[in-house]
Design a protein around this ligand. Structure first.
Ligand SMILES: NC(=O)c1ccc[n+]([C@@H]2O[C@H](COP(=O)([O-])OP(=O)(O)OC[C@H]3O[C@@H](n4cnc5c(N)ncnc54)[C@H](OP(=O)(O)O)[C@@H]3O)[C@@H](O)[C@H]2O)c1
Length: 299
């Protein structure tokens, strides 16, 4: 099919379109696919199974991109009922509706399905047994399993420590603090992950829509695995600031509701085998994002 007709034939529906990932993907997909649509939580609630099925019939997408979630890790710990209702049952509702309507689904999960045990190799592969340490991870794990069991034509992308435009994340708070006179940002020397730019995730979504991949896929920034402290220092360096301004934060001083896994690096081999390349390097995504904030481009 010629590229132009293909782009008219693909009609993505982005759910959870007011969140960090949903908003970015909705923007990217609307640019590429003239018939793309998106829905916020008030427009389309994944916990309302019957209304969701009706709306799917009315909107008639060819693929649902489910970015709806309770992604606040501490809120999930305080309110596990809400976490499971949205992250597990909500995901299952979307998958069931997609199966009944014959629609593809791209769903997002998290590196936090791991963490109770260290990885056997340099990172967790898709086939490694999950072992979450908190309610967020447990609810997301139940959600991804429901999607994979319900719908053959689905892609579940596990992403990790996401940054980019749309909603302030760790990077934005770091830069804001560093810009204050005498400001000293802080970060824990743990929680080792692969940071992931929204642009890297959007590139993989594009590839999945172009190709025939189905199943579970790790999508995280290529390059070094870093603790929050190492990431913060590298971000300041890229922003042209002194990296030593970042102070080491003790985890127990943070008074968090949910325990955090010490290390959840995702292995990217399957992505590389499938698409011929790993996802975009996080340092490149970060340099571009910092430049967009007017915070230097030193590499
Ligand atoms: N951000 C990260 O670092 C990160 C890391 C790993 C994995 N992920 C995964 O990436 C995905 C997107 O996360 P995000 O960071 O974009 O989260 P986010 O910014 O909190 O966005 C989630 C969106 O889902 C919406 N939502 C909540 N309950 C809903 C419901 N019942 N029906 C429909 N929409 C609902 C929220 O709406 P309201 O704002 O109106 O409540 C919000 O707009 C999630 O699957 C998350 O688990 C994120």
């Amino acid at each position: 099919m010629p590229q132009e007709s293909r782009e008219l034939a693909v009609r993505p529906l982005v759910v959870g379109a007011e969140g960090l990932l949903g908003r970015f993907l909705a923007g990217q997909l609307e640019e590429r696919y003239p018939h793309a649509v998106s829905a916020t939580r008030t427009e389309l609630d994944v916990t309302d199974r019957w209304r969701f099925e009706e709306e799917l019939e009315r909107l008639a997408p060819t693929v649902v991109v489910n970015a709806a979630a309770i992604a606040d890790v501490d809120l999930c710990e305080r309110n596990p009922d809400l976490a499971f209702r949205v992250n597990a049952e909500g995901a299952a509702n979307v998958a069931r509706a997609c199966r009944n309507a014959g629609v593809r689904m791209i769903h997002f999960s998290t590196d936090y399905v791991f963490g109770a045990e260290p990885p056997a190799g340099p990172g967790f592969a898709e086939a490694d047994p999950p072992a979450p340490v908190n309610e967020y991870g447990r609810s997301k794990l139940e959600g991804e399993q429901a999607v994979l069991e319900t719908l053959a034509d689905c892609v579940v992308m596990r992403v990790s420590f996401v940054f980019g435009p749309g909603r302030p994340t760790f990077v934005d708070r770091l830069i804001e603090r560093a810009r204050q006179p005498g400001g000293r940002p802080s970060a824990v020397d743990s929680w080792a992950t692969r940071p992931t730019g929204l642009d890297a995730i959007a590139e993989t979504v594009d590839r999945v829509l172009d190709g025939g991949f189905t199943g579970l896929l790790h999508v995280a920034g290529a390059g070094p695995v870093v603790t929050r402290l190492a990431f913060a220092r590298r971000a300041l360096e890229l922003a042209g600031e002194d990296p030593d301004r970042v102070i080491v934060q003790r985890e127990d001083e943070l008074d968090l509701d949910a325990p955090r896994p010490a290390a959840t690096p995702l292995a990217l081999d399957l992505h590389e085998r499938t698409f011929g390349t790993p996802p975009r390097r996080w340092e490149d995504s970060l340099a571009d994002y910092l430049a967009s904030l007017g915070a230097g481009t030193a590499r």
